[in-house]
Design a protein around this ligand. Structure first.
Ligand SMILES: NC(=O)c1ccc[n+]([C@@H]2O[C@H](COP(=O)([O-])OP(=O)(O)OC[C@H]3O[C@@H](n4cnc5c(N)ncnc54)[C@H](O)[C@@H]3O)[C@@H](O)[C@H]2O)c1
Length: 336
C-alpha cells in the first residue's frame, strides 16, 4: 500500500511533536509543513530535508492526502474549513474551535462533504483512560460517585486563551468519554492574575444527568506540575497520575460500606482494602492518535474522537466561559 502523504499546519511547541511522530511512521510520508514563522521553517528544513516547507496552507493542501492542524487555537476553525473545502481529511488539535457556531459549522461541512474530520483529544487515546473507561463500563468501580482532575503547572502563559480553553479540552473530553454522556449543567469560577481578562486559574464543575459530578482544576500559575485524575465509585476508587513515569493507574479497593439493614446502633463502615496496579500499555498517546487517523482515512476503522466529539466539548467550554463571566453561576446545557 502506498504511503499516505500527510502535512502539518502549525509546527510550534506542540505541532513539532506531530511532525516528529509522523516522520517516524512507516505508513506515512511527511510531505509538507506549513508555519507562519520563517525561523521555524528554516529549523525544520534542516531537520527534515526533502519535506516541503511553506507559509501557505493552500500550498500545503495541494500537496497532501491528509493534514494535522496544530496552529494557534484561534485559527483552527478557518484552517479546518479550508481543509474540508479542499476535500482533505483533517485532524484538528484541541480546542476544535472557539465557538459552538464555528464547531457546528465545521462538523456539518465535513459531514456534507464526506471528509473525515477528527479532533486532537489526546487523552481519549491514552491507554490508562481507555482502561478506566472499560472498568467503568463493566461496573468494576461500582456506582460512580464523582471524579476530579488537576491539570496545573507553572507556565506556558498564553496571551490568546485562558486556562479553561488551554487545559479544559483535556479534562472535559476525558469526563465525557468516561461518562459516555455530556453534562446537563456546568459552573466555572476563575481568576486573572497575570493578564487582564485572561483567567490563569479556573475551577470547573460539570453535573451529569446520572448525578455524577466532575470537577477540574486548571492553572498555569501553580508551584506543582500535576496531571492527575481521581475517580470515586461505590466499590473502588481509581487514580490516574500522568506525571508518574510508570504505574500510572492505581486502583484502591476502598470505600464506605453501608449495611443492608441499618439500625440505630449500626454505623457506616470504612473498608480499607488492597491497592493494585493494573498492567497497562505504555504506548505513546500521540502515536496511537496519529495511527488511528491514518486507519480512519483508509476506512479500516470508525473515528473515535470525531467532529461530533469536538462539538460536544466546545459546547461545554463555551457554557463554562459564560459561567466564568457570571462568577460561577450554573449554565444549563441543551442538545448535548
Ligand atoms: N493535544 C495536546 O496535548 C496539546 C498540547 C499542547 C498544545 N496543544 C494545542 O496545539 C495548538 C498549538 O499549541 P502550541 O503550544 O504548539 O502553540 P505555539 O504558539 O507554540 O505554536 C503555534 C504555531 O502555529 C503557527 N501558526 C499560527 N497561525 C498559523 C497559520 N495561520 N498558518 C500556519 N501556521 C500558523 C505559529 O507560527 C506557531 O509556530 C493549540 O491549539 C494548543 O491548544 C495540544
Amino acid at each position: 500500500m502506498s504511503r499516505l502523504r500527510v502535512g502539518v499546519v502549525g509546527a510550534g511547541t506542540w505541532g513539532k511533536n506531530h511532525v516528529r511522530t509522523l516522520a517516524g511512521m512507516p505508513e506515512v510520508e511527511l510531505a509538507a509543513v506549513c508555519d507562519l514563522s520563517p525561523d521555524t521553517r528554516t529549523r525544520l528544513a534542516g531537520q527534515y530535508p526533502g519535506v516541503h516547507m511553506t507559509e501557505s496552507a493552500a500550498d500545503l493542501l495541494g500537496r497532501v492526502d491528509a493534514v494535522v492542524i496544530a496552529s494557534t487555537a484561534s485559527t483552527h476553525a478557518a484552517l479546518g474549513r479550508q481543509a474540508v473545502d479542499a476535500g482533505i481529511p483533517a485532524l484538528i488539535e484541541k480546542p476544535f474551535a472557539l465557538t459552538v457556531a464555528d464547531a457546528e459549522g465545521l462538523a456539518e461541512a465535513a459531514e456534507r462533504a464526506g471528509v473525515p474530520l477528527l479532533v486532537g483529544h489526546l487523552l481519549e487515546y491514552h491507554p490508562v483512560v481507555e482502561r478506566l473507561g472499560t472498568m467503568i463500563q463493566k461496573g468494576e468501580l461500582g456506582d460512580l460517585y464523582y471524579l476530579y482532575s488537576q491539570r496545573v503547572n507553572l507556565g506556558q502563559v498564553r496571551p490568546d486563551e485562558n486556562a479553561l480553553w488551554s487545559f479544559g479540552p483535556h479534562d472535559v473530553s476525558v469526563a465525557l468519554f468516561l461518562m459516555g454522556d455530556a453534562p446537563v449543567s456546568v459552573a466555572a469560577q476563575g481568576h486573572s492574575y497575570l493578564q487582564r481578562g485572561i483567567e490563569d486559574v479556573v475551577f470547573l464543575t460539570m453535573k451529569f444527568a446520572s448525578g455524577v459530578v466532575a470537577h477540574a482544576q486548571m492553572s498555569w500559575l501553580d508551584p506543582h506540575k500535576e496531571r492527575r485524575l481521581t475517580v470515586v465509585g461505590s466499590r473502588q476508587m481509581a487514580v490516574f497520575d500522568d506525571m508518574a513515569s510508570r504505574e500510572k493507574l492505581r486502583i484502591y479497593d476502598k470505600g464506605i460500606d453501608r449495611p443492608d439493614y441499618v439500625s440505630y446502633g449500626e454505623s457506616l463502615s470504612v473498608r480499607e482494602g488492597d491497592i493494585y496496579i493494573p498492567r497497562v500499555s505504555n504506548a505513546e498517546p500521540l502515536a496511537v492518535q496519529l495511527k488511528h487517523f491514518v486507519s480512519v482515512i483508509r476506512k479500516e476503522t470508525e473515528p473515535r474522537a470525531d467532529a461530533a466529539d469536538g462539538v460536544r466539548v466546545v459546547r461545554v467550554l463555551e457554557a463554562a466561559g459564560q459561567s466564568l463571566a457570571r462568577d460561577g453561576a450554573p449554565v444549563t446545557l441543551r442538545g448535548s
